[in-house]
Design a protein around this ligand. Structure first.
Ligand SMILES: [Zn+2]
Ligand SMILES: [Zn+2]
Ligand SMILES: [Zn+2]
Length: 490
């Protein structure tokens, strides 16, 4: 397969400018601004010599204190998880009702869709996933059983009649006590697609403006673009849904560019009056690209970890295959959303770096399910109310089986969290509290942190032996020299 991308040679200078690492000062300014707009004055992102950037405490943090709630730059629910959980496509809150969540899941199961762990792609196993889990600490059993629904599970499950499932979905069947777990109503996509749903008009509009208007497959999209998008999405679903995230990045950069251009045209009218200097279109594209320029490091096919079943002598051909896969995906995306003004964004170099950014920096997106809360609540009811309610709800729990507690799962990129460096004895962790019911990353401290101290998290299971830790961290491209590693180094 030909992986020479014409755009790469035609726009070599522009691509080089987009990929040039920002100066330490530019990095500092960007994060100062970001922390200010988020009113997050207790943290500071600093660029310190060889270490690169890191997050530092601007005050003393007590043990167990909230350090950061980080709004994602871009994220997506795993395609396979969409059958299990209906969430807002922008903030990832659960929406609809307890009945709708249960009915919808059983409906998809009755059609033969089987719940999965949602994370079927090997590369994503290496995202910064280890720390973040559903809000409550699950028992060992639950933890293991979440997701994967094997044949034996299916046999154990009670099958409910279709009309019962339907009445759950259409709101005719109301479960006892479900009013204690009300969820926001489902708002449809303004473009008329059936794929995305929202918790509010403001989430629908924000998603539309940031990326979905280019990627929507609804009736308002023109036919040729819709068909091209469909091919791109099918390819992503069949290979790796990291491409869907990359598409969101490209789309949001194009849309940001367009809005900058629009306000720039307005400014120009003013400038002409005052004889000011014009700013070229390309510098607007650089501006739109800035949040991404802070994050990428390496090309995907260079940083992806070698799967266990690929020996080192096949490494070159494996990496070439990955590059070809990215090229194929890029061509499909280009057919769907190409924009002449933003042509350099459709180069393989840029695409490779964007996907590489997800490969190296992602945190799993996890939001605990209210359906789990609901059944726990029923289980905790006092006697004899519990028995009464249980008589009604038991068949639904039996129909759901172990999957009743499946949480919303996806992948996202969080700009501030991604600046946090690794330590094998971290002082903070990504951990959702009971009240954290949306897609933001939540970082809390594990011990007292003094002012000026660096805030660290663990990218891996820090309880593993030294050798295994270093092997896992090698996938992130560094050798860990944390205190624990220095002590344990043989
Ligand atoms: Zn929302
Ligand atoms: Zn849509
Ligand atoms: Zn270490």
């Amino acid at each position: 397969m030909e992986v020479d991308c014409a755009i790469d040679s035609e726009y070599a200078d522009e691509i080089a400018a987009l990929l040039a690492p920002p100066s330490p000062q530019a990095v500092q300014d960007y994060f100062d601004q970001l922390l200010r707009t988020r009113k997050c004055c207790s943290l500071k992102v600093e660029h310190r010599g060889q270490q690169g950037k890191g997050v530092y405490a601007n005050k003393v943090f007590e043990e167990g204190e909230l350090v950061l709630k980080d709004q994602m730059l871009v994220g997506a629910q795993h395609s396979s998880n969409k059958m299990d959980c209906l969430v807002c496509s922008h903030c990832f809150r659960f929406i609809g009702s307890i009945e709708l969540q249960i009915g919808r899941k059983l409906y998809f199961e009755s059609l033969g869709f089987v719940a999965t762990e949602g994370n079927s792609h090997r590369n994503q196993a290496f995202s910064h996933a280890s720390g973040e889990s559903c809000s409550r600490e699950m028992s060992e059993d639950e933890d293991k059983d979440t997701g994967a629904c094997s044949d034996t599970d299916m046999k154990d499950k009670l099958i409910l009649p279709n009309d019962v499932i339907e009445s759950l979905m259409d709101g005719h069947l109301v479960l006892p006590c479900s009013e204690k777990f009300t969820l926001p109503s489902v708002i449809s996509c303004p473009g008329g697609c059936e794929e995305e749903h929202y918790c509010s008009i403001s989430c629908a509009e924000a998603d539309w403006e940031t990326s979905h208007s280019l990627l929507c497959m609804g009736v308002k999209q023109d036919d040729s673009r819709r068909n091209a998008l469909l091919k791109f999405i099918e390819h992503s679903n069949g290979t790796n849904d990291i491409f869907l995230l990359a598409a969101k990045v490209i789309s949001s950069t194009i849309l940001k560019y367009k809005s900058l251009k629009l306000s720039h045209v307005e400014d120009q009218k003013q400038l002409k009056k005052s004889n000011g200097v014009d700013q070229s279109s390309f510098s607007l594209l650089l501006d739109a690209w800035k949040p991404i320029s802070m994050a990428f490091k390496r090309r995907w096919w260079e940083c992806i970890s070698l799967p266990d079943d690929v020996g080192s002598k096949n490494e070159t051909s494996f990496r070439m295959q990955i590059k070809e896969l990215a090229f194929k995906s890029l061509q499909l995306l280009k057919k769907a959303i190409f924009d002449k003004d933003c042509a350099p964004l459709f180069s393989l170099e840029i695409y490779g770096h964007v996907i590489g950014m997800f490969e190296l920096n992602n945190l799993d997106l996890v939001v605990a399910s209210p359906v789990e809360d609901y059944f726990i609540f029923i289980d905790d009811l006092p006697h004899p109310e519990k028995e009464e309610v249980d008589r009604i709800t038991r068949p639904f729990l039996d129909a759901l089986g172990d999957d009743y507690s499946i949480c919303c799962q996806g992948t996202a990129f969080f700009p501030i969290q991604s600046c946090m460096n690794h330590s094998c004895s971290p002082n903070a962790k990504a951990f959702k509290r009971d009240e954290d019911r949306d897609g933001q990353a939540v970082i809390t401290t594990m011990r007292l942190i003094s002012e000026g101290e660096e805030i660290t998290i663990s990218y891996i299971d820090e309880d593993l032996p030294y050798e295994e830790r270093q092997a896992l961290l090698a996938d992130y491209g560094f050798v860990c020299k944390c205190q624990k590693c220095v002590v344990e180094e043989p």
